[in-house]
Write a protein of this length. Structure first.
Length: 320
């Protein structure tokens, strides 16, 4: 029987993680569970940085970005020694099951640890990159897109006023989801992502042709994992002789108040994760798919997610 669960946030933070923590704690307590908060992710599990949370512990955090439990990447958790120490901490603190809030890497760790040491683990999908396979939307992705979109809307005012080309770099080391979404919603002229080979000659050709037709501004969105905005801007200037500026949005996309969509998703997934554990489920992630909350095996969730890149990109170009 499960009496005490642990909740932790790992990997990169995402707006809405606090909302999910609040949901897990308060819903868990309503189900007569004790909820242990683990600080700094797997590092905190290894080093026993944890304490029991109550109803008041999560008061006033529903609208806060980041995570009150903090998060830290922990290479030590990938070693047998680190996992052994984490398991010893789980037993010492009478933890019966774990809820891990994070993304792909976090779920890999939970899958390996839970399977090896027979500790029930459920994952809550939270990642600004929306890169969890089998799930339509992750906590934080909507907020990150809207944060970047707001910045691009502001940049367009300047691009139009000063008749310039702007290359805007958004987050997305391995995945172009944010870049594609922002480029489409922001009415941007082009996008560069890890999933597509860069064709700078074609981009520059379009810019020159547009300039001849009287198009006075241009915005290109680039995912950080595909190229650096500064380098692309420099090459465009060299190839077109048109003034080009680079803007790197950086970590502002990770922070900020979660949108209503991110909050609602986080609240529902927190409840779903607790229910999964109470039903005896383990080694699964909860998420949204086709408008419904589902649970999928970690092995499915951590597989590479295939974006419908071509349909996204073609629509961006058609609407330019």
């Amino acid at each position: 029987m499960i009496k005490r669960i642990a909740v932790l946030t790992t990997g990169g933070d995402a707006p809405g993680m606090n909302t999910a923590i609040r949901s897990v704690v308060r819903y868990g307590i309503s189900k007569k569970l004790e909820v242990m908060g683990v600080f700094r992710g797997y590092w905190g599990l290894i080093n026993e940085e944890m304490r029991l949370l109550d109803h008041r512990s999560v008061s006033g955090i529903i609208n806060q970005g980041g995570t009150i439990l903090k998060t830290e990447r922990c290479p030590e958790f990938e070693t047998k020694e680190g996992q052994d120490r984490a398991h010893a901490a789980v037993k010492k603190n009478s933890i019966d099951a774990m809820i891990v809030i994070g993304g792909n890497g976090s779920f890999r760790g939970a899958h390996e640890f839970g399977t090896k040491y027979k500790v029930p683990c459920i994952g809550i999908s939270a990642s600004i990159d929306n890169d969890i396979n089998g799930i339509d939307a992750t906590i934080g992705s909507d907020t990150a897109i809207n944060t970047a979109l707001n910045a691009i809307d502001n940049i367009r005012d300047t691009a139009t006023s000063m008749e310039r080309i702007f290359v805007v770099e958004v987050m997305g080391r391995d995945c172009g989801y944010i870049a594609l979404s922002v480029a489409l919603a922001g009415g941007c002229e082009d996008v560069i992502i890890p999933e597509r080979k860069i064709d700078l000659e074609a981009i520059c050709h379009d810019i020159v042709e547009g300039n001849i037709r009287g198009k006075i501004s241009w915005i290109i969105v680039v995912a950080e994992g595909a190229a650096h905005a500064e380098e692309i801007a420099k090459k465009i200037t060299e190839m077109t002789s048109l003034e080009t500026r680079a803007v790197v949005l950086g970590h502002i996309q990770r922070g900020g108040r979660p949108t209503a969509a991110s909050r609602e998703l986080a609240l529902n997934l927190g409840r779903a994760a607790v229910d999964c554990l109470l039903k005896g489920e383990s080694d699964k992630a909860v998420g949204m798919h086709e408008g419904k909350i589902i649970s999928i095996d970690f092995e499915v969730a951590i597989a590479k997610k295939e974006l419908k890149v071509d349909s996204f990109y073609n629509l961006i170009k058609i609407l330019t």
